[in-house]
Design a protein around this ligand. Structure first.
Ligand code: LLP
Length: 425
């Protein structure tokens, strides 16, 4: 099942008409389909674990950190990839800790390091310079380094290519042996390795290519230092199609190619087979979430513009990365189209985030619209601006719907601010 279905021009999420959801929760609202998240996870897990049983997924919570969403992935068996101390705290608040959590922050402050160490999760160091700073607090039981294998890719633009010479992440391949040598000399006994090279990739061969690159780098270090690896984490990046004519990632083929590349390298370098790990996010939640919005005004000026409450503060990806999201108007599916624009309500022209696209001619004020594939990097990247506050989040599971985060109010906008005494006169 998809995140949403269409029956007689009406959009449904689970058993709900979006009209009903809009009446109950208002707009703009992020709506996630629980069953779709579970399906996405299970499809990917069954593919990878069938080719390599000692396999585990960690969910990168940055993509959608609502505790209800994270709990679904926890129930499915995922650990957590945390980018900050607060994301570690989120994992812990849901009962995930220790080796079920990877801390993959970068350019960490001393406080991040101290709190990261105290949290007892797996530390994944983005640079060799962090090692002495961690050792100041303790000798971790297990330690990982993030490697930049020199190659990255993204189907949503260079903005989200996380490896290669132009990326800020990870150790240069030439530093890897030195990093593990120092860690071993410091008395660390168990090792892991990590990379995260790109996001939203839909070519299976790519994942095998970067796995090969990483295994070559790490295999040599393992041999030279006579160390074993407990785990090898090849990152996230499993892509989804955003445009209607794009193909889905062949997850079976991806898993098969990655596992065979991995097993070959393990054998070639005589390693004790490590656990294989991945930390996708978009693949699990991306197509399971939509933003439900409303048309508030239609204007005919230099061009026709449909004004909605889905501004760049609600869904920033198009304005930020030039990313594409499909737009569907409830009740207007398959109506005759014309080229026009679509915008939000902010006082910035980047908020005019679709300048020209074919939309139904029949769209009227008050119509509901859906921006699809918004479950990943949607709500998490939303912000307050122009007094337009963050939207609500709703989870749908078949016949049930749950408000999992209320819409922000004026009180949220001014929460914890204060006015110095002299300004009150
Ligand atoms: N692991 C690490 C260390 C990451 O930094 C990320 C995402 C992931 C895993 C999950 O990647 P995924 O499977 O979702 O590709 N905001 C951008 C995407 C930025 C990705 C950042 N890192 C977007 O909206 O497309």
């Amino acid at each position: 099942m998809e995140a949403f279905t269409i029956k007689e021009k009406e959009i449904y999420i689970g058993d709900f008409r979006v009209q009903e959801l809009a009446e109950k929760y208002g707009t703009p609202t992020y709506i996630y389909n629980e069953q779709r998240i579970r399906e996405n996870f299970r499809r990917a897990f069954s593919a990878f674990s069938s080719h390599y049983p000692n396999f585990k997924f960690f969910y990168a919570v940055k993509a959608c950190n609502n505790p209800a969403i994270v709990s679904i992935l926890k129930q499915e068996g995922a650990g957590i990839d945390a980018a900050s101390v607060n994301e570690i705290l989120l994992a812990k608040s849901l009962g995930l800790d220790g080796e079920n959590v990877m801390f993959s922050g970068n350019f960490l402050s001393s406080e991040d390091i101290q709190r990261g160490v105290e949290s007892g999760v797996i530390f994944n160091l983005d640079d060799i310079s962090l090692l002495p700073r961690v050792l100041k607090y303790c000798t971790p039981e297990i330690l990982s380094f993030r490697v930049n294998p020199g190659h990255g890719k993204s189907n949503v633009g260079d903005f989200v290519t996380n490896a290669g010479p132009k990326a800020k992440f990870g150790l240069h391949p030439d530093q890897v042996t030195e990093a593990y040598r120092k860690a071993k000399a410091a008395g660390i006994k168990r090792f892991g390795v990590h990379m995260m090279t790109g996001s939203c990739v839909t070519e299976p061969e790519y994942f095998a290519l970067v796995t090969k690159l990483l295994m070559e780098i790490i295999g040599k270090s393992a041999r030279e230092l006579n160390i074993e690896f407990d785990f090898i984490d090849i990152g996230g990046g499993l892509g989804i199609p955003y445009r209607e004519n794009e193909a889905h990632l062949d997850i079976e083929k991806t898993a098969e190619l990655v596992a065979s590349t991995f097993k070959d390298a393990v054998e070639r370098y005589g390693m004790t087979p490590p656990r294989l790990m991945m930390e996708p996010a978009r693949y699990f939640v991306g197509d399971a979430g939509i933003v439900l919005g409303k048309v508030h005004a239609i204007k005919h000026s230099y061009s026709k513009i449909i004004g909605t409450d889905i501004g760049m503060n609600i869904l920033v990806r198009p304005a930020f990365y030039g990313a594409y999201h499909n737009i569907l108007f409830n009740g207007r599916i398959d109506d005759p189209v014309e080229v026009c624009g679509l915008c939000g309500q902010l006082c910035e022209n980047t908020d005019f985030w679709i300048k020209e696209r074919k939309f139904p001619k029949t769209v009227l004020e008050g119509d509901l619209l859906v921006a699809t594939d918004a479950g990943a990097y949607g709500f998490g990247m939303s912000y307050q601006y122009n007094g337009r506050l963050r939207p609500a989040e709703v989870l749908v599971n078949g016949k049930e719907s749950y408000l999992i985060r209320p819409r922000e109010t004026f009180e949220d906008m001014v929460r914890n601010t204060s006015i110095p005494e002299h300004l009150l006169k």
